[in-house]
Design a protein around this ligand. Structure first.
Ligand code: Q9C
Ligand code: ZN
Length: 541
């Protein structure tokens, strides 16, 4: 062994993960794709010739020379075998891209090491030799003529190598959340903060979410997905989704020190599976706790196979530090994404005081005690309706329900977080004949909700032709892509923002800024719902 040998990026990471897939009956349900070595041409899609030539020499170096070679980089360890392993890791990612792009499989995960997202054009870094996912993105663009690739990096470290590679490239949208602690945490880079949004033509196509505290939980992760990543991803409309799937962001990891449970990865995976017509390739990055790593891998693979996600526990809303990050990221990107155009704007006029609102809500609840505490009704319509006064009845009055971007924004920023917090046993989806919502939007909605909750669909008389596309979404087919979305109507965005502001005291996952929490912390309406859990239903129209 080379000294200092890496204590955490160890071969057991792969063996325990693979054994867990076998033990849970998941390996048998997967198609195994043979690996290949990435070629020089593949590696040169991202790395410099000088760097490749230098790494090529490492298998022949003396241990002393290897140690010397290693010292020029940060936090990386070269073993005589690592060049071979690194070629296989990048090659595995490319084999997966080929399998998905040719339709051999719908999606997949590559279990590889060494990881890749820290390595740069001419430098190894952070246990990474070749940037597996960056190479895969360039390869997919080149070989399949893809116009837009989304890279979601849920590893707990910032994949600065990926950021540098695509910083000025608008065809690759890179999203990363990472432990940052105001630049105190490795790799301690100024450019990992939320204000690094991309350069030149790529401005807006690099999204950094810094975690400035440890201990982030399921709610924090889901909030960022609902209020940043998903709206932007749908607006971007990728042809392929690549995931830098590091599981050091799960509980128990010695590097991350976060508190998200392994089953959150089922949800993160599910929420990405209806983008790009379902074409998703996850590639392992970090993850060093040999208990939570295999559990997280299994959650991811099980969801990719189409199994429903387990209910996530303890969704008690994002913490103050996460809200601050969320607010900063949304504000930094509002000039680039129409779905964020209103982010960070002060609360819209609200003529009810919190106290008045609480009383109104209670009165309303008393009148409807039997219905509305067991059921949340979210009603999309283009008709003006009386102002919402109860947390369980939510009329969403969009000027144009028919408009995919406004409707989708309501689904991602309102319905999903509300659903997560309410945790319904059943979702009843009712599509009115005159709703104007087109089939593909309906399929997206069905696909997103299905797999998270049990969904019952209700069709009206004369809607027979609507059944087939919806049924395919229910059966687990990925919904067709909606195409690049134009800006939602400003009036509709305003309606949604107003609604979110109004409801965020009751539904914490609707929050996107920190200030509100402090202002409204005294209104905490206690509803004991536990005895009625089984009857909880979300209805949407
Ligand atoms: N010397 C990945 O998770 N740790 N890489 C530095 C201070 C380096 C992590 C600790 C962590 C690299 C792929
Ligand atoms: Zn990591």
């Amino acid at each position: 062994m080379i000294s200092p040998a890496c204590k955490i990026e160890v071969p057991e990471r792969l063996t325990v993960s693979h054994e867990a897939l076998i033990k849970n009956g998941l390996a048998d349900r997967c198609v195994s794709v043979p690996v290949r070595e990435a070629t020089d041409a593949d590696i040169l899609l991202v790395h410099s010739e000088e760097y490749l030539e230098a790494v090529k020499k490492t298998p022949y170096m003396t241990l002393e020379d290897l140690k010397e070679f290693t010292l020029q980089y940060g936090d990386v360890y070269f073993h005589p075998n690592i060049y071979h392993c690194a070629k296989l890791a990048a090659g595995a990612a490319l084999q997966l891209v080929d399998s998905v792009m040719t339709g051999k499989v719908r999606n997949g995960m590559a279990l590889v090491r060494p990881p890749g997202h820290h390595s740069m054009s001419s430098a190894a870094n952070g246990f990474c030799v070749f940037n597996n996912v960056a190479i895969a993105a360039q390869y997919a663009k080149q070989k399949y003529g893809l116009k837009r690739v989304l890279i979601v990096d849920w590893d707990v470290h910032h994949g600065q190598g990926v950021q540098y590679c695509f910083e000025d490239d608008p065809s690759v949208l890179y999203f990363s959340w990472h432990r940052y602690e105001h630049q105190k945490f490795w790799p301690q880079l100024r450019e990992s903060d939320y204000d690094s949004v991309g350069k030149e033509k790529g401005a807006g196509f690099n999204i950094n979410v810094p975690w400035n505290k440890v201990g982030m939980k399921n709610s924090d992760y889901l909030s960022v997905f609902c209020h940043v990543l998903l709206p932007v991803a749908y607006e971007f409309c990728p042809d392929l989704v690549l995931v830098c799937a590091g599981f050091d962001s799960a509980i128990g990891d010695p590097e991350g020190e976060m508190c998200a449970s392994p089953d959150i990865f089922a949800h993160l995976t599910h929420l990405l599976m209806n983008l790009a017509g379902g074409k998703l390739c996850a590639v392992l990055e970090g993850g060093y706790n040999l208990t939570s790593l295999p559990q997280s891998v299994c959650q991811t693979v099980q969801t990719l196979l189409g199994d429903p996600a387990p209910r996530p526990a303890n969704l008690d809303g994002p913490c103050e530090s996460a809200l601050e990050s969320l607010h900063c990221v949304r504000s930094a990107h509002r000039q680039y994404w129409s779905c964020l155009k209103h982010a960070g704007i002060a609360v819209l006029s609200d003529h009810f005081s919190n106290e008045q609102r609480r009383q109104q809500c209670e009165q309303h609840d008393d009148r409807n005690l039997s219905i509305f505490r067991k059921t949340v009704l979210v009603q999309f319509s283009s008709k003006e309706s009386e102002e919402q006064k109860c947390k369980y009845y939510i009329p969403v009055c969009l000027k144009k329900v028919i408009d995919a971007s406004g409707f989708l924004q309501a689904v991602l920023g309102l319905l999903l977080p509300l659903g997560y917090e309410y945790d319904p046993s059943l979702v009843l989806l009712v599509r009115m004949p005159d709703s104007g919502v087109c089939d593909s939007v309906w399929q997206q909605l069905t696909g997103l909700l299905q797999g998270l909750w049990s969904v019952i669909l209700s069709f009206q008389e004369g809607e027979k032709e609507r059944v087939a596309p919806t049924a395919s979404a229910l059966l687990g087919d990925a919904a067709p892509s909606l195409g690049q979305l134009h800006s939602p109507l400003p009036e509709d965005v305003e309606v949604l923002e107003r609604l979110r502001h109004r409801l965020q005291g009751d539904w914490k996952l609707l929050q996107t800024t920190g200030e509100f929490t402090t202002a409204a912390s005294h209104i905490n309406i206690t509803h004991n719902l536990t005895s009625m859990d089984l009857e909880k239903t979300i209805s949407t129209m």
